[in-house]
Design a binder for this molecule. Structure first.
Ligand SMILES: [Zn+2]
Length: 474
């Protein structure tokens, strides 16, 4: 009954959310500039009777919509930022920008934001109909791709009210995410020296560029002595200048380092800073550094994740339309063998090899993978991690793309307002709303979710220092 009820509620308003997702796709905005998208979502929230508060955590495009009263408080996370330079015509079978150099929805966040909203509204409708006490909160979380605003929102306490949080991400397969992922920290390092004539008076110069190079070399040696699974990468933002006959007086580097746990990132940070200090010392230059963004690892609440798995199995196949299948059959021809292989190998975590081979024959993955606790750390990072430290969190991936489509590809943008995307998004909304509705039915489950969180998750200590505001480094 519960399942039928949730499906009925979502289906009755699905066109509104599909329209919302398409409008966000049509107005791709990069992180911290998502004014149209945030406004479009807030409009629907207001229309549905949610109290809307914008400018959350002093971020212009962050907001929340609240409906109801008292506990349990159920949070849904929405994202809506696009990716720079990813403009692409919808439904095209070749790389074809809509507007050269403009942003595009390469990660499906148009679907993410609208789908999570559909779930929040359906849960509200269900609680209203059945007179279930509690609160539904939709969080509008900006700049997932660039400024990790959920970390800032977590630091400012926005998610503290939640008893549980549910979210999803568009993908080319359907399953509950029980992987953890890497904690991440990004830092700017600036070296300042003294410029001089490189031939006539090198003894008067102090090279910031030398410092930057020695810093990077020092980090190469550090890599041998850091825990497995850590990653350290860097990019030059400024090499001083282009004249080799000048001792370069300035140089700056952008560092990105990750580890399986946020506590390990904390330990790594001062070690990297010490190498930078050493490089400055060796070159008699000055060094300044600052953290620009940081994310905790994702720590899924397995009690809640399991309920999400049950919801998914109850809902069964997405049952894509012939239109969706036809697009997938055409789109698959644009994908490389490597793309398909990558997506196929992931299924080994969930089903036996024979079933992997069977499933991989289909261009659209419409039957959800079984619920499996993978105990794997996915080598990527998300700011959902910080939410998971504050409140018990579950998330799923749902098929919105042809099998083998990689996120941040032109194919992902092209399919962003297709039948595959729409039907997958509506299914994701059903999974999320049903998950929350199941928890509301059973106070014992809610208690178990809370107990697991308290037993396993250390107290949240935001990896982003106080005062660091969201910013996009260009
Ligand atoms: Zn994404």
């Amino acid at each position: 009954m519960l399942k039928e009820n949730i499906c009925r509620l979502i289906d009755s308003k699905k066109h509104e959310f599909i329209d919302l997702s398409d409008r966000i796709w049509d107005h791709p905005e990069i992180g911290l500039e998502e004014f149209y998208s945030a406004e479009a979502i807030m409009e629907v929230l207001k229309k549905e009777g949610f109290q809307v508060e914008s400018g959350l955590s002093k971020i212009d495009t962050a907001f929340k919509g609240t409906w109801g009263e008292g506990h349990p408080i159920i949070g849904f996370l929405g994202e809506y930022d696009a990716l720079a330079g990813m403009s692409q015509k919808a439904l095209s079978l070749e790389k074809e920008p809509l507007e050269e150099g403009c942003p595009g929805h390469g990660c499906g966040h148009n679907l993410l934001g609208a789908g999570a909203l559909a779930a929040a509204v359906a849960l509200k409708d269900h609680m209203e109909e059945e007179k279930i006490p509690g609160t539904v909160v939709y969080f509008g979380c900006p700049a997932e791709e660039t400024a990790s605003c959920k970390t800032i929102m977590a630091r400012e306490g926005d998610f503290n009210i939640c008893d549980l949080v549910v979210t999803w991400h568009p993908a080319d397969n359907t399953y509950v995410v029980t992987d953890s992922c890497l904690s991440d920290c990004m830092m700017l390092f600036k070296f300042k020296g003294i410029s001089s004539h490189a031939a006539a008076a090198p003894h008067l110069g102090r090279s910031a560029l030398d410092a930057a190079e020695l810093f990077n070399v020092g980090v190469q040696y550090l890599r041998e002595h850091i825990p497995d699974g850590c990653r350290i990468q860097y990019a030059y933002l400024d090499v001083g200048g282009q004249a080799p006959n000048v001792v370069q007086s300035r140089a700056s580097l952008y560092y990105d380092f990750r580890a399986p746990k946020v506590s390990m990132v904390r330990e790594l940070r001062p070690r990297i800073i010490r190498v930078a200090e050493g490089a400055a010392h060796m070159t008699e230059t000055e060094m300044e550094c600052e953290v620009t963004s940081a994310m905790s690892d994702y720590a899924p609440n397995l009690t809640l994740s399991k309920i999400m798995g049950e919801a998914m199995q109850e809902l069964g196949s997405i049952g894509f339309s012939p239109e969706a299948h036809a697009l997938a059959d055409a789109m698959t021809k644009t994908l490389s063998e490597g793309d398909i292989k990558e997506s196929t190998s992931l299924m080994n975590l969930y089903v036996r090899p024979a079933e992997v081979a069977e499933r991989a024959k289909y261009n659209l993955q419409e039957v959800p993978l079984p619920y499996v606790e993978t105990h794997r750390c996915e080598p990527s990072s998300t700011d959902v991690g910080d939410v998971s430290y504050v409140a018990p969190t579950a998330q799923c991936y749902v098929t919105t793309e042809t099998f083998g489509t990689q996120l941040h590809s032109w194919q992902a943008v092209s399919q962003g307002k297709s039948a595959i995307a729409h039907e997958g998004m509506i299914y994701a909304a059903k999974v999320m709303a049903l998950t929350a509705a199941k928890v509301l039915e059973d106070p014992e489950v809610l208690k178990a979710i809370r107990e697991e969180h308290e037993a396993n998750i250390p107290e949240y200590d935001c990896p982003l220092p106080e005062g660091v505001e969201p910013r996009v480094i260009k």
